[in-house]
Design a protein around this ligand. Structure first.
Ligand SMILES: Cc1ncc(COP(=O)(O)O)c(C=O)c1O
Length: 447
């Protein structure tokens, strides 16, 4: 075992990793990355098919983003953002307000997805206090949602494996069924259902809206919950319910923002203008950490007062870091200069063809996709949808097989997925899908 790995194991604690398993399966040492590929210390490449945890958008080592970062660094690297401002943040805020759905007029910066969510939740909560509706202190979210790993974000999340043990720390949240069509709780299918899952949401609101500050939702894609892709009508209905019952709608576009679903923002696909939108990950194309929360003028104005009690007492040291803002501006510009949304449409078409082939494999129970995200849910029995026992560690087997085949396929339980960067060439895409078919063919399961 080389020295670096030994030191890694001695000093480092990796996220979402049972560190004991690294004795048998140590982390891969990355030496460089270029476009859609990551290279290890031995020169072996891996296709970054999940965009380095869903953030890398234009590919690694992009000259335009690097140039923007260097230019900003030559001017200054960071200043506090209370009492000071700078061009990169102001330009970025202006761009975001113009790019996002109508009605989002102000930007509050932070430094990751969880904090972008916390900001929206705290602002929503304080808004109701500002306008003297003191009782609205609960949230409504979906089963299987994932909004981050800080405590407020976990409170509105619903992935038991990650969150259950922390439950005593959480504050009060109402949970509504996820629109998980493949495993519909109401045993319906989308073509004939009455959106029973949304009706459940309405029942909760009917009884509790006086206590509810906001509904928080991942638009169209419940990513960490198993790459569950749901119909735009559900999001549209959620917005209608938020208006009807006088609660805010927070859309968490941390994973879906910046073209991932085929349009710049998933909310646009459903024609929804939320009260808050949370952004991070691809905002900088994954080059530097940055979070942004956008909100309506009405919300902002409830804080705008001579009364200092209405101040939003929240901020992070690295709020609106200038280098991250410069990277974000460069990344957004690339959408125009490189035709990123067009590239995404091409990738999406090829992904659909691959998934149609993948659906024929006996282990693949469901395929679902939107934009650059495509998922395959592996099942033990296709006819009954019987899931694999978590102990079967099928996901881990796929991960290992993927690496052997130069693919970074980090599964979510029994769900294998692609979250493709927009930079992949037609040749690379074909190569990825050929290798993925090879992986599907080699999975051997004990019956
Ligand atoms: C929808 C969504 N919200 C929030 C987060 C949390 O973002 P971060 O990991 O940057 O805190 C994630 C992360 O995967 C996410 O997918």
């Amino acid at each position: 075992m080389d020295n670096l790995i030994q030191k890694d194991m001695k000093y480092v604690w990796h996220p979402y990793t049972q560190m004991k398993s690294s004795e048998e399966f140590p982390p891969i040492v990355v030496k460089r990355a270029e476009g859609g590929k990551i290279f290890d210390e031995n020169g072996k490449f891996y296709y970054d098919t999940i965009s380095s945890w869903w953030c890398n958008l234009h590919g690694h080592n992009h000259p335009v983003i690097k140039r923007a970062i260097k230019k900003q660094l030559d001017e200054f690297e960071h200043v506090m953002f209370a009492g000071f401002t700078h061009e990169s943040a102001v330009k970025l805020a202006e761009k975001l307000v113009f790019m996002t759905p109508d009605g989002l007029d102000k930007v509050f910066f932070s430094d990751n997805g969880s904090t972008a969510v916390e900001v929206a939740m705290k602002m929503s909560f304080q808004y109701w206090k500002n306008i003297k509706k003191e009782n609205k202190h609960c949230f409504l979210s979906l089963d299987r949602a994932y909004h981050g790993d800080t405590v407020a974000a976990m409170s509105v999340s619903g992935v038991d494996l990650f969150n259950k043990k922390f439950e005593p720390l959480f504050f009060k949240t109402f949970k509504s069924p996820a629109p998980y069509c493949y495993r519909c709780e109401f045993l319906k299918c989308r073509e004939t259902c009455q959106m029973e899952c949304a009706n459940e949401m309405e029942k909760i609101l009917e009884q509790n809206s006086e206590k509810i500050s906001a509904i928080i939702i991942e638009p169209l894609l419940m990513a960490a919950g198993g790459m569950i892709i749901y119909p735009p009508e559900f999001l549209k209905r959620t917005k209608e319910l938020a208006v009807k019952y006088n609660v805010h709608l927070i859309v968490d576009e941390v994973a879906t923002g910046f073209g991932r679903m085929g349009e710049m923002f998933a909310s646009e696909i459903a024609g929804v203008s939320p009260d808050f939108m949370c952004l991070s990950k691809a905002i900088t194309s994954g080059y530097l950490p940055l979070g942004a929360t956008l909100m309506t003028k009405e919300i902002f104005e409830s804080f705008y007062d001579e009364d200092s009690a209405k101040t939003f007492y929240h901020g992070h040291t690295f709020t609106a870091n200038p280098v991250a803002c410069a990277a974000a501006l460069a990344s957004i510009e690339l959408f125009e200069t490189e035709g990123t949304l067009e590239k995404i449409k091409y990738i999406s078409g090829k992904l659909a063809l691959f998934l149609a082939r993948a659906a024929r494999f006996p282990l693949v129970g469901d395929v679902r996709m939107k934009g650059v995200v495509g998922a395959m849910e592996l099942v033990q029995d296709k006819a009954t949808k019987k899931p694999f026992d978590p102990g079967a560690m099928i996901g881990m087997d796929v991960y290992k097989l993927g690496l052997e085949n130069n693919l970074l396929l980090r599964p979510l339980g029994n769900v294998i997925y692609f979250f493709l960067p927009g930079c992949l060439s037609p040749v690379e895409l074909e190569d990825i899908f050929t290798r993925a078919e090879g992986v599907l063919q080699s999975i051997r399961v004990e019956k």
